[in-house]
Design a protein around this ligand. Structure first.
Ligand code: NAD
Ligand code: APR
Length: 241
């Protein structure tokens, strides 16, 4: 079936790799040099907030380096969204990435299920603030006016990802689910393929390598080439239906 009325795309660190952002589980990935237990859990933040801030401050700084830009895969997804919505069809992009490359490429129907690096959140009021500089322990939020309440607006291990009910609804209603550049190691995102498939969607993955998941279709290759090619193909086929 090529006449897809509703597409959900899930992206992971692999889509931003060609933009110069490290993935997590490669041999030189982020989790090779940092212990999750030290930098990406609520317990770590309670125990040693400075260490957690250092980890995210470094990532926030490197994300804003001039060399870090969206690549053709990000741009192609923004085009797919535009074309699909123009044609009255449905499109949702769900990313596990906390970088801002999808929005910089023009994506609008976008959910950051693991949060956003360029935002800080008050742990008391849950309000979020745009945040481009280093986050420090004694920074004050505008809501409470007290130091110590701000944390990176990222979902840590053991916390619940954001906007899950919206994501679940979209997965239940889609007829094509595409996962790009994710190892499928972290739930609930790792279960999206199965959920979409159970509700009748075709499922497809784009990755450099086999991830061991049960997709109907696999495209092996760098996202920067494979995604624009797939998007061209989907748009062309949609124009003939
Ligand atoms: P888990 O079930 O505790 O966490 C998974 C949940 O956390 C999912 O809902 C996921 O979406 C979310 N999550 C939170 N922060 C995340 C982030 N930065 N990246 C991705 N997802 C995030 O964890 P799990 O699936 O049982 O384990 C995954 C890995 O994390 C394992 O290697 C485990 O050893 C490690 N882990 C360590 C600790 C700890 O030391 N406190 C806690 C949890 C997980
Ligand atoms: N093109 C396509 N795929 C790629 C590319 C590329 N250029 N480069 C790497 N990949 C693939 C890898 O083969 C791997 O399967 O991207 C995947 C990246 O996997 P992970 O590093 O595990 O990243 P991700 O799946 O996004 O991790 C999920 O884990 O710790 C958390 O918060 C973190 O949101 C992240 C979550």
């Amino acid at each position: 079936m090529d006449d897809y009325r509703s597409i959900v795309v899930l992206t992971g660190a692999g889509i931003s790799a060609e933009s110069g952002i490290q993935t997590f589980r490669a041999s030189d990935g982020l989790w090779e040099n940092h212990r999750i237990e030290d930098v990406a859990t609520p317990e770590a933040f309670a125990r040693n907030p400075l260490q957690v801030h250092d980890f995210y401050n470094a990532r926030r700084r490197s994300l804003q380096a001039p060399a870090i830009r969206p690549n053709p895969a990000h741009s192609a997804l923004a085009r797919l969204e535009y074309e699909w919505q123009q044609a009255g069809r449905s499109f949702l992009l769900v990313t596990q990435n906390i970088d801002n490359l999808h929005e910089r490429a023009g994506s609008k129907s976008l959910i950051h299920m693991h949060g956003e690096l360029l935002k800080a959140r008050c742990a008391i009021s849950e309000l979020t603030y745009p945040w481009t500089q280093d986050l420090r322990i004694d920074d004050e939020c505008r809501c409470c006016r007290q130091p110590g309440n701000l944390r990176p607006h990222v979902v840590w291990f053991g916390e619940i990802p954001l906007q899950m009910s919206q994501i679940t609804r979209a997965l239940e209603g889609c007829d094509l689910f595409i996962a790009i550049g994710t190892s499928g190691q972290v739930y609930p995102a790792a279960g999206f393929q199965q959920m979409a498939s159970r509700y009748g969607a075709e499922t497809m993955e784009i990755n450099l390598q086999e991830t061991g998941s049960n997709f109907d279709h696999h495209i092996y290759g760098p996202a920067g080439e494979a995604v624009p090619a797939l998007v061209r193909d989907l748009i062309q086929k949609a124009q003939h239906t």
